[in-house]
Design a protein around this ligand. Structure first.
Ligand SMILES: Cc1ncc(COP(=O)(O)O)c(C=O)c1O
Length: 385
């Protein structure tokens, strides 16, 4: 158990709630979840599903109609033509795909290259399985895209897997078509599996768009895709996600699910089919327009704070400002802003050692709250000068 890590976002949330219980006002910019309600057509579909008997166990890999809907949605949104229901496993949230996917293919001693700063559960699961975590630094000067030359330099005969995440948590960075093509070429050359975390695939701004690594030559048979409903459709609490795998690996992942949760909630899966329908698109587009407005506000405000510097990310709903100009460490800043300014954010080191010098704000909050938070942060920093 000592090898297992955690996600400190939930710990900061607890501290913030404790301060609120003492009467303090806190603006929450720590948790990575849309503040919007789930689209109404999806809620209605769940209610109908409950009335229509979707209250029983289902198959471990997911209901056949839900697996088929996911495969069709992925083919449509990513421009593939090769996935069908047998490639899909539906899970309670996207997160189990990390655990099950890695458990299905990794052995003790296998090296896994993963983004750092990055989602903390990657390193946690790698260590838990007795595999060897090999951090790949994402650099601000490269807009937090991984540098393919750095990746190549970390590959050894023991490397078994590379984890990529685009758009990325915590930086909002996105990998370009060219980056992905080069990563794919390396994966094929060195016979590596790629775990591609695409949970923010639909949260991309402006002229940028999401590309999936599975579509490059030789990648179908070595790619495990993680995606889900949490971020795109504001469905974090439904616990509904999925993975796409080569069919032999999908069977292993379903077997792990049989041993763990048996299956994902049946009525949630029926609601998920509705979410993937074009009927939900207008609402999802509204979310995106709103996120983009918030991103522009928070980036502008952060760049007005002495000692802060923030690049404009092209995806997800996080900003990752550089705070080295303040002379404080990331952990000190997280603590200071929570206690002095009443603004909850996360230390960059919550996402790995290369997060030092940065903090993460989630801008999945109203413009009004973001403006208030930034006013408070600016005042608290100016007080220290
Ligand atoms: C990069 C990344 N992958 C996966 C997940 C897990 O998503 P879910 O809530 O669907 O399990 C998250 C959630 O924060 C995330 O940021």
């Amino acid at each position: 158990m000592s090898r297992l890590g955690t996600e400190t976002a939930f710990e900061v949330l607890l501290k913030a709630r404790a301060l609120e219980a003492q009467g303090r006002s806190i603006v929450h910019l720590e948790i990575g979840e849309p503040d919007f309600d789930t689209p109404q057509n999806v809620i209605d579909a769940a209610k109908n599903a409950l009335d229509n008997g979707f209250t029983h166990y289902g198959p471990a890999a997911g209901l056949p109609e839900a697996r088929a809907a996911v495969a069709a949605y992925m083919n449509k949104t990513r421009g593939y033509d090769f996935y069908d229901a047998d490639n899909v496993v539906i899970t309670p949230g996207g997160k189990p795909i990390m655990f099950f996917g890695m458990m299905a293919v990794l052995d003790e001693g296998d090296e896994v290259i993963y983004p750092n700063p990055g989602f903390p559960i990657y390193e946690s699961v790698i260590r838990f399985l007795g595999s060897v975590p090999v951090p790949l630094q994402l650099k601000e000067e490269n807009e937090f895209r991984l540098d393919v030359a750095d990746l190549e330099a970390l590959i050894t005969p023991k490397t078994r897997m590379v984890i990529i995440n685009t758009p990325q948590n915590p930086t909002g960075g996105i990998l370009t078509h060219d980056d992905l093509q080069k990563i794919a070429e390396l994966a094929v050359k060195h016979d590596l599996i790629v775990l591609s975390d695409e949970i923010y695939s639909q949260v991309v701004y402006g002229d940028f768009h999401h590309t999936s690594i599975a579509k490059f030559p030789g990648m179908y048979e070595r790619t495990m895709i993680l995606d889900g409903f949490s971020k795109t459709f504001a469905m974090t609490g439904w616990r509904l996600g999925y993975g796409l795998f080569p069919k032999d690996i999908a069977k292993l992942v379903a077997k792990l699910q049989t041993n763990c949760t048996s299956c994902t909630s049946s009525f949630s899966q029926i609601a998920g089919i509705e979410a993937l329908d074009d009927r939900t698109l207008p609402r999802v587009n509204e979310f995106l327009v709103e996120f983009e407005r918030r991103r522009d506000v928070i980036v502008d405000r952060l760049n007005e704070i002495p000692g802060f510097r923030c690049i404009k990310p092209h995806g997800a709903f996080y900003v990752f400002p550089n705070i080295t100009g303040t002379g404080m460490t990331s952990a000190e800043m997280e603590h200071y802003l929570l206690n002095e300014a009443g603004v909850a954010c996360l230390s960059g080191t919550a996402f790995g050692a290369y997060g030092e010098g940065f903090i993460r704000f989630s801008y999945a909050n109203s413009i009004e709250n973001i403006e208030e938070a930034m006013r408070r942060v600016k005042a608290a920093i100016e007080k220290r000068l």
